[in-house]
Design a binder for this molecule. Structure first.
Ligand SMILES: [Cu+2]
Length: 107
């Protein structure tokens, strides 16, 4: 029981990963994006570099909330997407069916 409570506490407190040098590496593996919470600056282009190891067909396209970005992610080949949000807020990126989900905190 204690372990379960601890786990939820950790999940809630999980910190967003910030871009270093304007680049964020996102690994698509085992049904999730790693990391699945990232923070980027408002109005600045950040490169999201996706590497997909997960062969699930569902994971092969990534889309970004509010942007007309939709890209195929080939297996084991890094794909770089230039992402910029001009309004602060929380946005999501996801596979086409929304089963893989990540959050972008823009501030
Ligand atoms: Cu999907």
């Amino acid at each position: 029981m204690a372990a379960v409570v601890w786990w939820f506490w950790l999940a809630g407190k999980r910190k967003a990963v910030a871009a270093s040098d304007g680049v964020i590496d996102i690994h698509v593996v085992d049904g999730v994006y790693k990391p699945d919470r990232v923070t980027i600056p408002t109005g600045k282009t950040t490169i999201f570099r996706f590497l997909r190891d997960d062969p699930t067909a569902c994971a092969e396209v990534v889309t970004f909330d509010g942007l007309s970005v939709s890209r195929e992610l080939p297996l084991n080949k890094a794909v770089e997407l230039a992402i910029r949000y001009d309004e602060p807020g929380e946005y999501t990126f996801a596979c086409q069916m929304g089963m893989y989900r990540g959050h972008v905190l823009v501030n």
